[in-house]
Write a protein that binds this ligand. Structure first.
Ligand code: DGL
Length: 272
């Protein structure tokens, strides 16, 4: 029997999902959250689908073992590769990330919308389905954010290296007259000030974390699973280096918290 007091599980390949966790805590302050970063296997973006499914399976097993009542897959790459698989495999509800093309189409004036994401997110049916459903009447320009996940993982979201990497990604989009940019990777919202600086305000940046948090509320409310306590807590785990993750947490989120370790071969024997 699911109990309202059980936490919400959240996972990503690393620190990116913290941009979603921030929105979740703002939307659902009474919930407890368990966040796990699969930092030992980050980045997920260049991995084949079966590998991302295996890793997502392991993170889900871990979160269920922590008592999660619902899991937010706070990673576009894992959502693209594994959301259907996870829903078919585990009996609990999942909320996943989808590139926010729908609101972007409502914003563009030039009719050119850019989507910045990992190579993994552009593979497979999820992205093709979003473009088919919401991309009518606009040109959708896809761009892989080469090197951006690594910069965010290193906490290097401003400065010359971040600007140069962002400039390389944005140049083809700006040259194609893109005026609206969908952030299709949960690491990228931490680069928003740099994206805005490099594009000199020519881009409207759209990211879906608030919509994902609202969707999470709806899924919990439908089941009567909302936690009524006044203020919840957040627990942090990583399969990688605990100190590094703690430093990133404080740099990116201004949060000082203990980080616990999860064995990097957690769920190692899972066959997908
Ligand atoms: N934060 C992730 C995403 O939303 C994954 C980045 C990666 O590990 O490549 O796609």
């Amino acid at each position: 029997m699911t109990n309202q007091a059980q936490p919400i599980g959240v996972f990503d390949s690393g620190v990116g999902g913290l941009s979603v966790l921030r929105a979740l805590v703002a939307e659902l302050p009474g919930e407890d959250f368990v966040y796990v970063a699969d930092s030992a296997h980050c980045p997920y973006g260049p991995r084949p689908v079966h590998d991302i499914q295996r890793l997502s399976h392991a993170m889900t097993d871990f979160l269920i073992a922590q008592g999660a009542k619902l899991i937010v897959v706070a990673c576009n790459t894992a959502s693209a590769a594994a959301l259907t698989y996870l829903r078919a495999t585990f009996p609990i509800p999942f909320v996943g990330m989808v590139p926010a093309l729908k609101p972007a189409v409502g914003c563009t004036r030039t009719g050119h919308v850019g989507v910045l994401a990992t190579a993994g997110t552009f593979q497979g049916e999820l992205f093709a389905d979003v473009v088919a459903r919401f991309g009518q009447g606009v040109r959708v320009h896809v761009q892989v954010g080469h090197g951006l996940v690594e910069l965010v993982e290193a906490g290097e979201v401003e400065g010359p290296r971040a600007e140069a990497a962002v400039e390389r990604c944005l140049r083809p989009l700006l040259e194609a007259d893109v005026d609206t940019l969908v952030l299709g990777c949960t690491h990228y919202p931490f680069l928003t000030p740099t994206l805005e600086r490099v594009s000199q305000g020519r881009l409207t940046v759209v990211e879906p974390s608030a919509a994902i948090a609202a969707q999470t509320r709806r899924v919990l409310a439908e089941r009567g699973w909302l936690n009524g306590q006044p203020r919840g807590k957040q627990l942090y785990y990583t399969t990688g280096d605990r100190l590094e993750f703690g430093t990133a947490l404080s740099r990116l989120m201004g949060v000082q918290a203990d980080v616990d370790g999860v064995r990097s071969d957690y769920g190692h024997s899972t066959e997908v």
